[in-house]
Design a binder for this molecule. Sequence first.
Ligand code: BG6
Length: 445
Amino acid sequence: MSKHFPPDFLWGVAASAFQTEGATHEDGRGQSVWDDYSHTPGRTVNGDTADIACDHYHRYPEDIALMRRLGVKAYRLSIAWPRILPDGKGRINPLGLDFYDRVIDLLLHEGITPWICLHHWDMPVAVEAAGGWRTRDTAAVFADYAAVVARHFADRVKYYAPINEPNVIPWVAYNLGRHAPGRQSRDACLRAVHHLNLAHGLTVSALRAEVSGAQIGSIISLGPVHPQHDDGPHRQAQVLGECLWRRVMVDPLWLGRYPEPLASELAPLIQPDDMARIQQKMDFFGLNHYNRVYVGPNANASWGVAETAPPPGLPLTDVNWFIDPSAFLEQIHDTARRYGNPPIYITENGAAFPDALRPDRRVVDDARIDYFAGYLAAMHQAIAEGCDVRGYFAWSLMDNFEWGRGYSKRFGLVYTDYPTLQRIPKQSYYWLQQVIKNNALSYRG
Ligand code: BG6
């Protein structure tokens, strides 16, 4: 039985600059916090760096051809801030803009709409040295960078999102220290929360001023948060965890307020008019979804709440995330309910599996096909039940640099053979190609 998607449903793929481009020292690109972090011994699996990554910087024509053959009509890319402004502000690097001109012009030529995300975590080191997201000034510095990009591409690009998964930055980069710049500070975390939200708001204003007809959204990673046990302390941990890791970066943008209990802690950072600056008109809600998490009280964690061991039994991906399409359905419904049923685009969803290149040069990734079939069916159900989901971007076109996991985990529809940089479409690529062609899940679904 086929499950058809709405006629104008948008199919796309997503990727980010730092994870794919490589060429980190070419054409005047500045240094990013992720260059420093990944070059610090012990920070990434196998000491992997993104100096070469997928070499998308030079091989983008091949990658765009892969997108065209896949049939996607949109590509979510990020712009590397240090390519455009090597020092984070001030001097513009024309060669950085040239690179994205080439990419965007080719995408448009192939009938693929570019969706620009202005920041996917590769902050210029000069900005971090001046305080990074701990400093209020960074919000305005970021909006100025966004304006440079928007001014340049306004005639060709209408879809923008300021920051990828801003919720990951305070918690993972500034509190847990597992992403660049690797800080472990509760205070830095709180400051980053507010300054990222402010950066979002100032950037939306800057984009509206530069781009006529702009379509602007936020991108956030959300998944249901559940108490590990059904008792008082665990339920409290659930409320706090959801607030800390998710709502604190969504409610201000969409509802104009911080959720309690964090609102009072953040109050000293909030200046008059900040909340109005943050809550701008939005055109879409970009929802990244990967995982459901379980939480419980933990005296050693900041704010006393931490993820707990998951209940046994559910199948896992190669990064130990649950394979559980019902979590996706739950998350789409929850987003629609909390934030006024906005137009939703799934701006990332996908899974890592231990893919192997066979001697016949095929990659048979049935587990990923099953994953997509389950998640797309859940999304189809959400649409049928009234959620306004308008598009889906698979993460990711090809295997790439997975942050702290280096090249050890593969999320791609296309296999990246790192020694040769050859791209080999996996079976899931051909499967998704059929789904897109039919605009329907017709088998395994
Ligand atoms: C998302 C990010 O959180 O998850 C991507 O936006 C990332 O950049 C993806 O690659 C997979 O996560 P991880 O932690 O395995 O790199």
